[in-house]
Design a protein around this ligand. Structure first.
Ligand code: GUN
Length: 293
């Protein structure tokens, strides 16, 4: 069993990006610039955004943080988005989700110029991704593709079972792995809450990607010997021995599943750190105008 060290890989990729940015600086070209919009005081969102800003620093990017209170009007938020769409210095930006209930997230996603949508959430980027056209890929699936690539895990002809059909993880992951691409050419099953016999599906899988959000959901009896297991879950479980009263675990019963695997990602330190890395890669692509010219 080999552990896929997402934390170390993310650091390596960020160092590679920093080297490219140093080169851009030497050539006197524009430094990549990412903006993040953070609304309200959701502690998890604030922590994710801080992490994104810190990653920009590690990569040598410029970053701009736009913070507003939870009672911001939709009108004001759309004004901010419009300004960022127009600002020639901003290569890409994100609006951190979730948003307060009175703001329509779908409308917000649609208001972002697809050329600056480094989250890859806009339907234009999703559609381009689905058709195999150049697109900003959503952070989590893109991070997983990077892991499979850098660990030289063969995907061609393999049977992959993706568990969970969200718009930002499961569904795009299933599309990306079935594409004709270096990391792709899988036969994909997209399993979800209405799947009849999930263990029967996962037991057939060469690669399992779980993005369901339930602790200990994937148990050893559901995994074939030698499978690759990618755990996207981040779940809190009570733990009185920790100062904060909980610890983070994935969807996979790691202790019992890991011995059966050829490769497995830990939680924390697996997929999580790779997602911010994907955002950095998308921002670099935006500044180079790689996707839309
Ligand atoms: N909330 C949780 N994950 C994400 C993400 O990748 N992008 C944005 N904008 N919000 C999120």
């Amino acid at each position: 069993m080999q552990l896929i060290d997402g934390k170390a890989l993310a650091e390596t990729i960020k160092l590679e990006i920093a080297e490219e940015v140093a080169q851009i600086k030497t050539e006197g070209k524009k430094i990549p610039h990412l903006a993040a919009v953070l609304i309200g005081n959701n502690a998890a969102s604030a922590s994710y955004v801080r992490n994104k800003v810190r990653s920009c620093e590690q990569c040598g990017f410029r970053s701009t943080l736009v913070e507003r209170a939870a009672d911001i009007s939709e009108e004001e938020l759309f004004g901010i988005i419009n300004d960022l769409n127009q600002d020639a210095d901003i290569d890409g930006f994100i609006v951190q989700l979730p948003l307060p209930k009175h703001i329509n997230e779908e409308d917000v996603t649609l208001a972002i110029n697809p050329k600056k949508d480094v989250d890859g959430f806009h339907p234009i980027n999703f559609g381009r991704m689905a058709q195999g056209l150049p697109a900003y890929l959503p952070a989590t699936p893109y991070g997983i593709l990077q892991m499979l690539d850098r660990y030289n895990i063969e995907t061609s002809g393999k049977h992959c079972v993706v568990v969970g059909r969200s718009n930002i993880v499961g569904t795009p992951m299933s599309i990306l792995l079935s594409r004709k691409a270096k990391v792709g050419n899988c036969t994909v099953t997209l399993a979800h809450s209405r799947t009849k016999d999930l263990p029967a599906e996962t037991r057939r899988a060469d690669i399992i990607i779980s993005a369901i959000g339930r602790a200990n959901f994937i148990t050893a009896d559901m995994v074939k010997e030698g499978a690759v297991v990618i755990d996207v879950g981040i779940n809190r479980v009570d733990d009185a021995s920790r100062k904060r009263g909980y610890r983070l675990v994935g969807d996979v019963d790691f202790e019992n599943v890991a011995p059966k695997c050829s490769f497995i990602t830990p939680v924390p330190g697996g997929v999580g750190p790779m997602t911010v890395c994907s955002l950095m890669l998308n921002t670099l692509k935006a500044s180079r105008k790689e996707i839309y010219g």
